[in-house]
Design a protein around this ligand. Structure first.
Ligand code: ADP
Length: 354
């Protein structure tokens, strides 16, 4: 707005001055003066002001400075040419200036965006490198721990056979450590893509049966109620049997560990759209809302977790294994108290991803 006031004002002043000294002037003087005013207006006010000043300049040149004076007629062809030349020069300059301004603004935006992208890329690269290093360390440490552990276990076993109480305790702890090391190794393999899964058609019944046999020793006098939806001929999914068995026994094992020893555990399977849905439900304390996603992170154990049990790797491994087979694991609050862990895996015949 201020640019408009300024340059239109200047135009009027210039016109008055030129008009007053019209008799001693050539048209060229007026043309050049108006061009300068128009240029200034274009630079500070952009295209609209530039074109307005150009139009006003054409009219004023014709009216005041070309004979016959004080009419809007063009008497000689040369006068028409002067007006046309003025108009073309002014219009082209305004256009060029406007385009240049837009280009400069765009270049500024692009430069800012580029700086931001470079910073983001560097950050991502650093994170990837840190992650890779962590995986390398994890893999080599867990690998190197296995051999000494095997030796310790063998020696402890020999002592245990002779009734040595310390040796029995050592063997137990060596077993625990061996499980931890095996989990660590698997997690690092899973993250490095070195633990392949082979999904193939398997029935839910076989899987549930195998899982129940595996956890039988942990159950004590507790029961696992199975609910399998028999409205379909057979619940067949596409999954790696061994790795999925591992997921399911882990979920049932957790349910046993984290719920009161008298409460039953419910294991159900049904078809859910293109998926088979396995649900493991217990009557334990459930999981606080803030921990419901974090329990799937490696090494995360809520403050309330039973001291001295696992290392917090089970659910992280289970989720990775499910995802490798295009499945999911989720936690849900159980109505009436307790947890439900829901595992979804593609049903056989479900559409394959492209
Ligand atoms: P871990 O059992 O070795 O600690 P997991 O990854 O299997 O590791 O589980 C992570 C945490 O999630 C456990 O420490 C426990 O606090 C919580 N959790 C898992 N399953 C249940 C459950 N059924 N009920 C309550 N808490 C559970």
């Amino acid at each position: 707005m201020r640019a408009w006031l300024w340059w239109v004002g200047l135009f009027v002043v210039v016109t008055v001055v030129l008009r007053a000294s019209r008799d001693g002037l050539d048209v060229a003087h007026a043309v050049l003066t108006y061009l300068l005013v128009m240029l200034g207006g274009s630079v500070s006010g952009g295209r609209p002001l530039g074109f307005t000043l150009t139009g006003a300049g054409v009219l004023s040149l014709d009216f005041f400075f070309q004979t016959p004076y004080d009419t809007l007629t063009v008497a000689k062809p040369l006068d028409g040419f002067v007006l046309l030349a003025f108009m073309t020069t002014a219009a082209v300059t305004t256009e060029l200036l406007a385009a240049e301004r837009a280009r400069a603004a765009e270049a500024e935006l692009l430069a800012a965006e580029r700086t931001r992208l470079i910073a983001a890329a560097e950050h991502a690269e650093a994170l990837r490198e840190a992650d890779r290093l962590k995986d390398v360390v994890l893999a080599s440490v867990s690998h190197d721990l296995r051999t000494p552990l095997t030796t310790i276990k063998a020696l402890a076993q020999a002592g245990a056979r002779q009734g040595d109480q310390n040796a029995i305790a050592i063997e137990e702890q060596a077993d625990r450590l061996a499980r931890l090391v095996a989990d660590l190794l698997d997690l690092s393999r899973l993250q490095g893509g070195a633990l392949p899964v082979h999904p193939e058609p398997n029935t839910a019944e076989d899987l549930v049966g195998a899982a129940l046999r595996q956890v039988a020793g942990l159950l004590g006098d507790r029961t696992v109620e199975t609910k399998i939806d028999f409205t379909e001929p057979a619940l067949v999914g596409r999954f790696d049997f061994v790795q999925t068995l591992r997921i399911l026994t882990n979920l049932v094992g957790n349910a046993i560990q984290y719920s009161p020893s008298q409460s039953p555990i419910e294991l159900s399977v049904e078809r859910d759209g293109d998926n088979l849905m396995f649900a493991v439900a217990d009557r334990g304390p459930g999981i606080a809302p803030a921990d419901r996603e974090r329990i799937f992170e490696p090494f995360y154990r809520p403050a309330s977790a039973v001291a001295g049990s696992g290392a917090g790797l089970g659910l992280a491994i289970a989720r990775r294994l499910a995802e490798l087979q295009r499945g999911t694991i989720e936690y849900a609050e159980r109505p009436g108290g307790g947890s439900i862990f829901v595992l979804r895996l593609p049903a056989d015949g479900a559409p394959e991803p492209l």
